[in-house]
Design a protein around this ligand. Sequence first.
Ligand SMILES: [Zn+2]
Ligand SMILES: [Zn+2]
Length: 252
Amino acid sequence: MRFASLGSGSDGNGLVVEAGSTRVLMDCGFGLADSQARLARLGLQASDLAGIVVTHEHGDHLGGVGRLARKHKLTVWLTAGTLAMAQDFDGVAVQVIDSHAAFAVDALDIQPFPVPHDAREPVQYVFGDGNRRLGVLTDTGSSTQHIEAMLAGVDALVLECNHDAAMLENGPYPASLKRRVGGRFGHLENGQSAALLDRLKHDKLQCVMAAHVSQKNNTAALAQRALAGVLDCADNDVRVACQTTGFDWIRI
Ligand SMILES: [Zn+2]
Ligand SMILES: [Zn+2]
């Protein structure tokens, strides 16, 4: 299986996961033309997608889902809580998922799991093809035993490194937003991400991508340094999902 990012960060997210000829898009926080251009960079058209799986209702994840799904008749999988918060979903084919129940989209096995984040019913996902597994964890304010059980043994991990604690503290956000982002239901900071990775790392973990890196409260270099310390590699060997270009296909 392989995966690629359309872009990652608070201005928009989208991740394509492919197993055989089955492709799903996880989240779409970009406008219609932008989404199509970003898919084209990966050699894809929207009609190549089997559908869209959604993590939660925040605009950087759900903002572009309704339009893309309606235009290309794509099925959308999401929790009841996320659906309740979704706007602009008239005419979209939806499948409501249980946040604890695995489901299949053709060749892809998809396991959702709940995360502590300030949304109605947020989940993140593990994708598998029966042979390899990719875990994705962004938009969580803290880790839980359940998250770590779900991500144990994955072959690849896309892991939020949202902010640097000192940069958030000294940065431009108003105090209320600082509390929200840094709180239990906000986003992971570099040190939390590194500690989590330290608990998850194992011999067969072949790829770790730093993701959802804040452009105001973090730098790619700080995220790389945090994860490289755990992976015992050079800082530059840690790859970072970029807001504008995401990252190209990675095969596992
Ligand atoms: Zn987000
Ligand atoms: Zn969010």
